[in-house]
Design a binder for this molecule. Structure first.
Ligand SMILES: NC(=O)c1ccc[n+]([C@@H]2O[C@H](COP(=O)([O-])OP(=O)(O)OC[C@H]3O[C@@H](n4cnc5c(N)ncnc54)[C@H](O)[C@@H]3O)[C@@H](O)[C@H]2O)c1
Ligand SMILES: O=c1ccn([C@@H]2O[C@H](COP(=O)(O)OP(=O)(O)O[C@H]3O[C@H](CO)[C@H](O)[C@H](O)[C@H]3O)[C@@H](O)[C@H]2O)c(=O)[nH]1
Length: 325
């Protein structure tokens, strides 16, 4: 298939773009490089530097290349930042995505895989979270993604628009020369590894008074390779089905302190911590049930152990920052 990958200069989009190409698909990446890096682009992918809000560029591209489908990763992704500047999340993640959807409708491109998030659930009533759980985001980032999910449901109902919405839990790990390099970095695992490399003095723990066994937040970490495989399965499934919504996680939760412990085991570094107040908008516990995608598409994570995920991130982190070890 000929696939446009938005946000393909980023961590997840770049990884999926490479896997698509490994499977023989043709890929054109659209990214405005607001957070992406040219070094993340797969070597043989075509690259268009543009914003997803630019309908003219997108419509020309969709028509010229006879595009079969879109994988949409482009977004601002920091839950913490979204609680300080919600408006930029609604503009970039919700309004600009509507421009992309309009361009798809105008040119007859009728297959989309959308990067949604566990943040659409907010504070869950029950864990593991299933896809029919209430959708009540506690941060503006999650709301900006939920708005897109709502648009997609209407486009499906009215135009028969085919889409898969994949609600990722916490993505981590690296594959063959491609890993997590957000700038600025806000995610726990790369920040902890920065401490192990001596790039930061300590890791801040945001909140130690949550109702969890050690008082810190619990998250479900999923390896980026397993996540990428789920995208290919969803893209294929849209050939015969028109509306797919799946959680993508490991089904096991780890506290922030357990992540730090894992990084201590993997890196051999003491990793000092500083206890800080809670970060606004953070739910206490997010753990996925991914049974639905397992039953319907046969997806199963290959990386089940936290130490293996951290180890793969660590290898890449060391290479990226050119420290031997
Ligand atoms: N990393 C996670 O843990 C996680 C968890 C759940 C969901 N997600 C979702 O996965 C997707 C990818 O996340 P990531 O970690 O790879 O982030 P990333 O920041 O590495 O990649 C996002 C890319 O989108 C580009 N971009 C942003 N706005 C754009 C716009 N208007 N036009 C064109 N390009 C634009 C950026 O330049 C960047 O290259 C996002 O939609 C994010 O919300 C990520
Ligand atoms: O320096 C840090 C960074 C994070 N945390 C804590 O570690 C946990 C994980 O935080 P991350 O920032 O790594 O990830 P989030 O859970 O906030 O969010 C991530 O996963 C979500 C889905 O679960 C979203 O999709 C979002 O894009 C993505 O950033 C949270 O409890 C956070 O408070 C710290 O204690 N210290």
């Amino acid at each position: 298939m000929r696939i446009v990958v938005t946000g393909g200069a980023g961590y997840v989009g770049g990884t999926v773009a490479q896997l698509l190409m490994d499977h023989g698909h043709e890929v054109t990446i659209v990214d405005n490089l607001c957070h992406g890096h040219r070094s993340m682009l797969p070597a043989k992918a075509e690259f268009v530097e543009a914003d997803i809000a630019d309908r003219t560029v997108l419509e020309d591209l969709f028509q010229a290349k006879k595009i079969d489908g879109v994988m949409h990763f482009a977004a601002l992704i920091e839950a913490g930042e979204s609680m300080k500047k919600p408006e930029i999340y609604f503009r970039n993640n919700s309004a600009s995505t509507l421009s992309l959807l309009e361009a798809m409708l105008a040119t007859g491109v009728n297959r989309l895989v959308f990067s949604s998030t566990a943040a659409v659930y907010g504070e869950p009533e029950k864990t593991p979270i299933i896809e029919t759980a209430p959708l009540r985001p506690t941060n503006a980032y999650g709301e900006s993604k939920l708005l897109v999910e709502q648009m997609l449901a209407w486009l499906n109902r009215i135009h028969g628009f085919r889409y898969a919405s994949l609600r990722y839990f916490n993505v981590a790990g690296a594959v063959e020369g491609r890993g997590e390099a957000h700038e600025p970095e806000s995610h726990l695992i790369p920040l902890v590894l920065d401490v192990a490399l001596g790039r930061r003095k300590s890791i801040k723990i945001f909140g130690s008074d949550y109702p969890t066994p050690d008082g810190t937040c619990i998250r479900d970490y999923i390896h980026v390779h397993d996540l990428a495989r789920a995208h290919l399965l969803a893209l294929e499934a849209l050939g015969s089905r028109d509306r797919l919504i799946y959680n993508i996680g490991n089904g096991r939760g780890f506290t922030v302190r357990e992540v730090v412990e894992s990084a201590r085991r993997v890196t051999g570094h003491a990793i000092p911590v500083d206890e800080e107040p809670r970060r606004p908008g953070d739910p206490a516990v997010l753990i996925a049930s991914s049974e639905k995608i397992g039953e319907e598409l046969g997806w199963k994570p290959e990386y089940a152990k936290l130490d293996d995920i951290v180890e793969s991130a660590w290898k890449w982190h060391q290479q990226r920052y050119q420290v031997a070890g």
